[in-house]
Design a protein around this ligand. Structure first.
Ligand SMILES: NC(=O)c1ccc[n+]([C@@H]2O[C@H](COP(=O)([O-])OP(=O)(O)OC[C@H]3O[C@@H](n4cnc5c(N)ncnc54)[C@H](OP(=O)(O)O)[C@@H]3O)[C@@H](O)[C@H]2O)c1
Length: 230
């Protein structure tokens, strides 16, 4: 038996409960895991409160990521005792997710936990941090270098934005943090932001004849925008 947050639908309304489940109730999959940590993501909150159309099949265990230990495996790559992380793959949407003590998943979803991280640290970084890292890597792949100019991170005090600020500053970039919460300026500077701009400044309409030539390849007047949705 194990504990899980279980979502079900009652007359089109989402019901969330802390349930005691048997392992036989776990979905099919060739690797069984003992989950050690998960992250509470914005998407999980939407799923649990029945907002948005996050959950695609019922009943559902929410939790878009997890870190845990292989307990049993019918796949040659994974052995009992190995530490793994899972992020994405429809966890908490189409596959039972991380807000439980056990999971059974297909081997293809699993990644080995890098030895530099504890499971707790991996989930503290979470899918939001992973997304920020992918953004930073994409910018590097597109040739952005620390001497290319300032890098603008929007939504800087948010989950993805704050880790993007820390990662880019750590890589030597000059980070400009855009935030709507001026009281987070100290936090953003501590993460490595060189300066802070008010979100309203960026939202203001441009002049009728602006320098369109400066708005190329995601670069806005020598700054590069990290759009975490792209
Ligand atoms: N979290 C993930 O795992 C993940 C994965 C993939 C993609 N994403 C996407 O990444 C984006 C950020 O996600 P998140 O998890 O970091 O969310 P979050 O923690 O809620 O951060 C979003 C930030 O956006 C800023 N913001 C809020 N309202 C705004 C507005 N009206 N105009 C401009 N900025 C506004 C705020 O930044 P300030 O507080 O600095 O003002 C807020 O903190 C979302 O679009 C999400 O869909 C997230």
């Amino acid at each position: 038996m194990f504990n899980a947050i279980l979502l079900s639908q009652d007359d089109k309304r989402t019901r969330a409960e802390l349930a005691r489940l048997g392992e036989a109730q776990l979905p099919v999959g060739n690797v069984k895991l003992r989950i050690e940590y998960s992250t509470l993501n914005y998407k999980d909150a939407l799923a649990m409160t029945g907002r948005g159309l996050v959950v695609k099949s019922w009943p559902m265990v929410p939790g878009i990521d997890l870190a845990g230990v292989v307990e049993r495996s019918a796949h040659p790559v994974w052995q009992p005792g190995q530490r793994v992380v899972v992020t994405g793959w429809g966890l908490g949407e189409t596959r039972w997710g991380g807000l439980a003590q056990k999971a059974r998943l297909d081997a293809e979803c699993l990644l080995p936990l890098p030895s530099a991280y504890t499971p707790r640290q991996a989930m503290a970084i979470g899918t939001a941090g992973f997304t920020a890292a992918l953004c930073a890597m994409a910018l590097q792949r597109h040739g952005l270098r620390p001497d290319s100019g300032e890098v603008l991170v929007t939504g800087a005090a948010g989950g993805v934005g704050s880790i993007a600020v820390a990662l880019l500053a750590g890589l030597g970039y000059t980070v400009v943090a855009s935030t709507g919460r001026s009281h987070e300026a100290g936090y953003l500077r501590a993460l490595g932001a060189a300066r802070i701009v008010d979100r309203a400044e960026l939202s203001a309409p441009g002049k009728a004849i602006d320098h369109a030539s400066h708005i190329l390849d995601g670069q806005v007047r020598g700054r590069t925008v990290v759009d975490v949705d792209r």
